[in-house]
Ligand binder design. Structure first.
Ligand SMILES: Nc1ncnc2c1ncn2[C@@H]1O[C@H](COP(=O)(O)OP(=O)(O)OP(=O)(O)O)[C@@H](O)[C@H]1O
Length: 285
């Protein structure tokens, strides 16, 4: 297998009803076992890029696509839907879209995809029980998925994909409806998946978490990749905010402190790192 789980080369894509391309000559590589965050302003093309990694673009949405998308070394143009379902797990931004719509409990919702993949019933039970536990969903196991709150549905949607163990996970805004504690928990689950060797492509607006956990950040602006690098390379660069990306609070505060003449060493990305950079005496004053 290639060392890169994702290799996108010269990808340009236009939706059937659109006049302009939503992705323009996009090239990017995501090494296997890493977490890549895709960031950018509204309409930059983040979801469209996610769709391309799962083949929804152009197979479902149609439209015009040039360039290539390779996942785990295979060109998606030569892969059928069943193979892709085994290879790429996809978490939609709207959990309602994710729900199968035919199960009546959270337990069955988590089991649904495994059943479709032909996993034996005993193994399904074990894997679902373990996932419910890890995702702190055990208390909701007998509830109807449509009777849950938006945030609870979002956690169920993520868990129903994580339980399938595909090697590539494409996750579109998994924390948009979550409170801070649930957001932390979701990042724990995602980083555990990465640390277990799975590759993650993530669209996320919680930049503190992106800064702390992502290995790679790709900045999109009007369908183009305008920067790629580590969080430490991307966030302190003034060009990033100029592309409409909200930077972590620590980066903004560092800028303000420096404008006021405070010497902040390094490029802290998180509040604890900023406090540490300021040193025990100053932080304690
Ligand atoms: N089904 C569609 N048909 C036509 N145009 C579309 C379709 N979906 C998205 N677009 C257009 O493609 C561009 C990129 O949209 P996309 O949803 O990928 O951006 P995004 O970065 O995910 O935005 P957001 O942060 O608001 O979710 C936008 O100009 C949007 O209007």
């Amino acid at each position: 297998m290639s060392a890169d789980a994702v290799e996108v080369t010269g990808l340009t894509y236009t939706y059937p009803t659109a006049e302009e391309p939503s992705l323009r000559d996009v090239s990017l590589r995501v090494p296997t076992g890493t977490m890549c965050a895709v960031v950018g302003a509204n309409g930059a093309g983040k979801t469209t890029l996610c769709h391309a990694l799962r083949g929804f673009v152009p197979n479902f949405y149609k439209g015009e696509l040039t360039g290539s998308v390779r996942v785990l070394g295979t060109d998606l143009a030569e892969t059928d839907g069943d193979d892709l379902a085994r290879t790429v797990g996809y978490v939609f931004a709207n959990p309602f879209t994710q729900m199968s719509g035919i199960t009546s409990t959270v337990f069955d919702e988590l089991a649904f995809g495994l059943g479709n993949l032909g996993v034996p019933p005993l193994e399904i039970r074990e894997r679902v029980e373990e996932m419910l536990e890890r995702a702190r969903l055990t208390e909701l196991r007998d509830r109807h998925p449509f009777q849950l709150s938006g945030g609870q549905q979002q956690r169920v949607a993520l868990a129903s994909v994580l339980v399938m163990n595909q090697p590539l996970l494409v996750i579109d805004e998994p924390t948009s409806q979550l409170d801070p504690q649930s957001t932390d928990e979701v990042f724990t689950l995602i980083t555990q998946a990465r640390d277990a060797g799975r590759t993650i492509v993530l669209v996320e607006h919680a930049m503190e978490h992106v800064a702390e956990h992502a290995d790679l950040v790709v900045v999109l602006d009007a369908g183009r990749v305008v920067a790629t690098g580590t969080p430490a390379e991307i966030f302190p660069d003034p060009a990033t905010a100029a592309h409409g990306v909200r930077v972590p609070e620590a980066v903004r505060l560092t800028g303000e402190l420096r404008q006021r003449g405070v010497d902040v060493p390094g490029a802290p990305l998180t509040i604890p790192a900023l406090a540490a950079a300021l040193g025990p005496t100053r932080a304690g004053q």
